[in-house]
Design a protein around this ligand. Structure first.
Ligand SMILES: Nc1ncnc2c1ncn2[C@@H]1O[C@H](COP(=O)(O)OP(=O)(O)OP(=O)(O)O)[C@@H](O)[C@H]1O
Ligand SMILES: [Mg+2]
Length: 244
């Protein structure tokens, strides 16, 4: 087996609760993601999915345990090194797209790469736009694009900056079925070669497009399913306490 691209061991995190008591959210998560894998994380609302994604992607600190991305142990990195890792090694796709409204699609796509001091050429931006089927929308600002088109720009932005691990939190949550399908197809394509995608989703059909599905429950990995059908994801979620 190859070295995992992303791994976590014994990851815990709590938030401050009432009366100075900390509320545990992640209670010892261990996982490994191989290059080329598309992994989905599902679980009841409040089970810690987004928190896990933010800890794995160096957006939020965790309390204990360890996380490695592309051979780098996050807890050993200084703030500047963490910032560099966020900019170059990981990419994000959010439910709310998170495009900059005043910039065109092309400018949005080029921004992270230039922040990471490895600017992309106009040709690379064109290739990223073409890959998501938006060659004719490069000069549009997000406000004049549909939700599905905005999410495709967000994926083109990830493609252009070439991160090793792409994290997506409910990437189809704001999209209709057709637009969601297109976005999932693109994420599927992103997860090839040396790159992996880790996606949090509520959508059973979306989870069923992944190679592997981790079912969270109360801050632990309750089940792991390999290439499940949507029905098998539903059964596992029901067992984890979610109303269908
Ligand atoms: N910044 C915070 N401060 C305090 N509590 C938080 C914070 N962020 C998350 N939590 C709590 O941690 C728990 C897990 O939240 P998280 O957002 O990870 O859940 P989730 O599985 O992504 O849920 P959903 O499916 O609704 O998005 C919840 O009980 C939430 O209230
Ligand atoms: Mg969430």
């Amino acid at each position: 087996m190859t070295e995992p691209l992303l791994s976590a061991a014994g990851l815990t995190k709590s938030f401050p609760g009432p009366d100075q008591v900390r509320v545990p959210v992640l209670r010892g998560i261990s996982l490994a993601v191989q290059p080329g894998e598309f992994v989905a994380i599902v679980g009841p609302s409040g089970s810690g999915k987004s928190t896990l994604l933010y800890c794995l992607s160096a957006l939020e600190p965790y309390d204990s345990g360890s996380v490695s991305i592309a051979g780098q142990r996050l807890e050993t990195l200084r703030p500047k090194q963490l910032q560099a890792l966020r900019r170059s090694t990981v990419g994000f796709v959010f439910q709310s797209f998170n495009l900059i409204p005043s910039l065109t699609a092309r400018q949005n796509i080029a921004l992270p790469a230039s922040l990471a001091h490895r600017p992309v050429s106009a040709t690379e931006v064109d290739a990223a736009l073409a890959a998501v089927g938006l060659s004719d929308r490069g000069d549009h600002r997000p406000g004049s694009l549909s939700g599905g088109q905005q999410q495709r720009v967000a994926i083109a932005r990830v493609l252009a900056s070439r991160p090793e691990v792409v994290f997506a939190d409910e990437p189809t949550g704001a999209l209709d079925t057709t637009a969601g399908d297109a976005v999932l197809g693109l994420l599927r394509q992103v997860a090839t070669g040396t790159r992996a995608v880790v996606m949090v989703t509520h959508d059973l059909e979306a989870a069923a497009r992944a190679d592997r599905v981790l079912v969270l429950r109360d801050g632990t990995v309750h089940r792991e399913l390999v290439r499940p059908s949507a029905g098998q994801v539903l059964d596992a979620l029901t067992a984890a306490g979610q109303e269908a």
